[in-house]
Design a protein around this ligand. Structure first.
Ligand code: D41
Length: 742
């Protein structure tokens, strides 16, 4: 299998760490560069090397900007640039027009239009064991209040390792094709999709509106042939069929896509003007009839045993399928039951991806580096002698935390039979799907005499502050906060990431460069960049990789993001324990920044550990917000430096209030409801999902803000509190008639 791609296990190290890393040890990618010291180079040598560097950097830029296949690690990239700059500094007259300092920015991958999906493209929950599957089925039975012996059938189909695509047909004609993107908005690849033979341009007998969803992939044979052609033509080769499929579909010039052997399997649908059937099986049969390829290994399984048997069968055939799969997807067959189950934030309750076991390889652990993350966590990263694991070269892998290296779990119990991991050891590397590779095991028989246990640092390697481990925390954290450059940079990277501010043209690499030059030190600086450098546009233009157009585009993209939905803003702040889901819950609960800010301010005034009062109770009443999350949130607002940084940011933004999720037509829209006691006609989980679908907020505890309590038999303290507060309380029948389901 062609390789040559380095999969960076851990997120790239912060810039200042990286620089040290490459100075300390030479990347494998760099080994071929056998370097003559710059001051010993003669003119001919310098010219030849600048030519080589220009080509290598241009290729890396191309791969990076198209995002589909970074060809070299960030550290290797930085090393190439540094070498280029050093040579140019000495031989200024040799600097090339097409060299990295002469070129205007590589074409960004912004060429595709954006398309909003009429219905969100969901993700899948993962299972890794038989018991995960049993839990999934049991959870569904519980949610639906089904007896253990009531029949419940699932489909099982191979999980294709490609990329998702949504196709929209109107009156039988393909009118739109969009990639998944972030699930809400994807890229418009209509012209590209039209060139894929498996995708019909016109279909007969279809509903007026039909959105078909499925996976675009490339077969092993086509992948090998494509790479051979590419290599021969001096073009870029791909690390694996998935990257090849992604790179081929996302071509600005659709005629390139047309020449690439892409295939498609349909597995789902979005908006429909008429149903495709009553079950998953019927719907797939209908799609097949309409002319879409449907995976022939799809099975209908009457029970869990049959699901596991289908999984085993598909895994057994994996090697002979001729295309990559990474697991099996189970889906509840009955579409009416699917609708009752509904979705969690981004995954349906009725589907599950059961992954195949990971791929393994053995190699030597060359060094352990410590990276400092956004929340100050010190993460040990294994630097490995490069090894191929399932077609990808792995040179970095995670070592989780200090306990993991020492051979114990967070409670002190031995893992790997208590074997610790040492630099120089022969270690087993494990990779599952897209998951970050990790060091799984160590071969003691190959351990060198005199090796020493790894000593985990007690100081932050970035800023020298104490790194401490709080009781109950499995990670050691830098206590430097915002004075730690690594934390600050990582937080900025988080701030601009896709689920946060998602500023086009301002990715991790640009943030690092701006940080290094002191142009951006905190999020607010992003929004004053133009003002400060508007006149300094010239300065930006003169920077490597920036031209007039890309600079103007960047300022426009930043400006566009001043209007930001509340949930994104809360998530972007990068507060520990506040992920996307929690941010959305908070945004929904508070509605707008002023209410959120007022509540945080009120709570932050109380001394640490003595939080109380209506705002605190109200925060804890948000279903999904526990004491740990609440404490972390408040700690941020209590910290004067953090608070000032947030205030500076928000003053530059136009924060959009969270829209009420559903039409106010529902009698419970906008109301806060608490369920308590036993419900007999539906499970608590289903009741909650129904209420939320109707626009209500479901809280876990009763407070003055509660509008309604639904109390079943056995309701205790919550019903009592509702009575005390005079909150309206109804029983389950009352609830069902209220929502029109009685
Ligand atoms: O073969 C696949 N990769 C596959 C992916 C599949 N067979 N079925 C899928 N079904 C879904 C839902 C249940 C959400 C409609 C999926 C995916 N989703 C999916 N793939 C990537 C993200 C989600």
């Amino acid at each position: 299998m062609p390789v040559g791609v380095t999969l960076d296990a851990a997120p790239p190290a912060p810039y200042h760490l990286r620089k040290k890393a490459w100075q300390r040890r030479r990347e494998p990618d760099m080994a071929a560069t056998a370097q003559t010291p710059v001051d010993e180079l003669d003119e001919a040598g310098a010219r030849a090397e600048l030519e080589r560097l220009a080509a290598a950097i241009a290729a890396a830029d191309e791969a990076y900007h198209r995002r589909d296949a970074p060809e070299i690690s960030d550290a290797a990239y930085d090393a190439l640039k540094a070498r280029n700059a050093a040579i140019e500094a000495r031989f200024a007259h040799l600097a090339r027009a097409d060299g990295p300092s002469g070129r205007v920015g590589a074409a960004p991958a912004e060429g595709f239009g954006k398309l909003r999906h009429a219905q969100r493209m969901l993700s899948l929950d993962n299972a890794f064991s038989d018991s995960d599957v049993a839990d999934f089925v049991a959870g569904i039975r519980r949610f639906l209040s089904l007896d253990a012996d009531a029949p419940l059938a699932f489909t099982a189909e191979p999980k294709i390792d490609g990329l998702s695509l949504s196709l929209r047909y109107e009156a039988g004609r393909l009118v739109q094709a969009a990639t998944r993107g972030d699930g809400t908005t994807g890229e418009d690849v209509t012209a590209n999709a039209r060139t894929i033979r498996d995708i019909p341009a016109v279909i007969e007998g279809a509903p007026e509106v039909l959105e078909v969803r499925g996976e675009v992939y490339m077969s092993h044979a086509d992948f090998a042939a494509l790479n051979a052609r590419q290599a021969e033509a001096g073009g870029k080769t791909f690390a694996n069929p998935r990257n090849a499929a992604a790179g081929s579909l996302r071509q600005l010039d659709a005629s390139v896509t047309a020449a690439r052997p892409l295939r498609f399997f349909a597995y789902s649908w979005g908006t429909l003007s008429a149903p495709l059937g009553a079950t998953q099986t019927e719907a797939l049969a209908r799609l097949s009839q309409l002319g879409f390829p449907v995976n022939p290994l799809t099975r209908l399984c009457p029970d869990t045993a049959a699901m596991l048997a289908a999984w085993a069968e598909i895994e057994q055939r994996r090697a002979t399928l001729g295309y990559d799969i990474d697991g099996v997807v189970y889906k509840l067959d009955d579409l009416a039951l699917q609708a009752r189950l509904g979705v969690r934030s981004t995954t349906p309750r009725w589907a599950l991806a059961h992954k195949f076991p990971a791929e393994l390889a053995w190699t030597r652990l060359e060094a352990i580096d410590i990276q400092v993350g956004r929340t100050g966590a010190l993460s040990p990263v294994a630097r490995l002698q490069p090894v191929t694991v399932g077609g990808v070269v792995v040179s970095n892998a995670t070592l989780h935390n200090e306990d993991y290296i020492a051979g114990r779990d967070s409670r002190g119990a031995p893992i790997r039979d208590g074997k610790d991991i040492r630099v120089g050891d022969w270690v087993q590397v494990y990779r599952a799907g897209d998951v970050i590779p990790k060091v799984a095991d160590v071969d003691l028989s190959k351990r060198k005499d005199g090796s020493q246990p790894y000593e985990f640092p007690s100081k932050c390697p970035e800023c020298g502050s104490d790194a401490v481990r709080e009781p109950g925390d499995s990670v050691r954290r830098c206590t430097g906060g915002l004075i730690c450059p690594a934390q600050a940079v990582e937080r900025l990277k988080h701030f601009v990431s896709r689920a946060a501010f998602d500023i086009e043209g301002l990715g991790a690499r640009q943030v690092e460069a701006f940080w290094r030059d002191g142009w951006i030190r905190e999020p607010a600086d992003i929004f004053t960049l133009e003002e400060r450098f508007g006149s300094g546009l010239q300065q930006l233009k003169n920077r490597e990789g920036w031209g007039e157009k890309s600079a103007a585009n960047l300022f426009a993209a930043i400006s566009e993001r001043r209007r930001i939905p509340l949930a994104r803003l809360i998530f972007a702040l990068g507060i520990r324990h506040v992920g996307e889901v929690a941010a959305r819950l908070l945004a929904r609960h508070y509605g707008g920044w002023p209410a959120f800010e007022a509540a945080m301010t009120a709570i932050a005034e109380a001394p640490v550990g003595a939080e109380s009062g209506p705002e605190w109770d109200d925060l804890l009443s948000v279903d999904g917000v526990g004491p740990v999350l609440a404490a972390s949130l408040v700690a941020t607002f209590r910290n004067p430096a953090e608070r000032a940084s947030i205030d500076r940011l928000v003053a530059l933004l136009d924060v959009q209030p969270e829209a009420a999720p559903v039409a106010a037509a529902s009698p419970v829209a906008g109301k806060t409801i608490v369920f308590t006691g036993t419900l007999e006609r539906m499970s608590r989980a289903e009741a909650k999902a129904r209420a939320e679908a109707l626009g209500a907020k479901v809280a876990g505890s009763v407070s003055a803000k509660t509008d309604l309590v639904v109390a079943g038999p056995g309701a205790g303290s919550k019903a009592k509190k509702a009575a005390e507060l005079g909150v309206r309380t109804i029983d389950e029948d009352g609830w069902l008639s209220l929502i029109g389901a009685g």
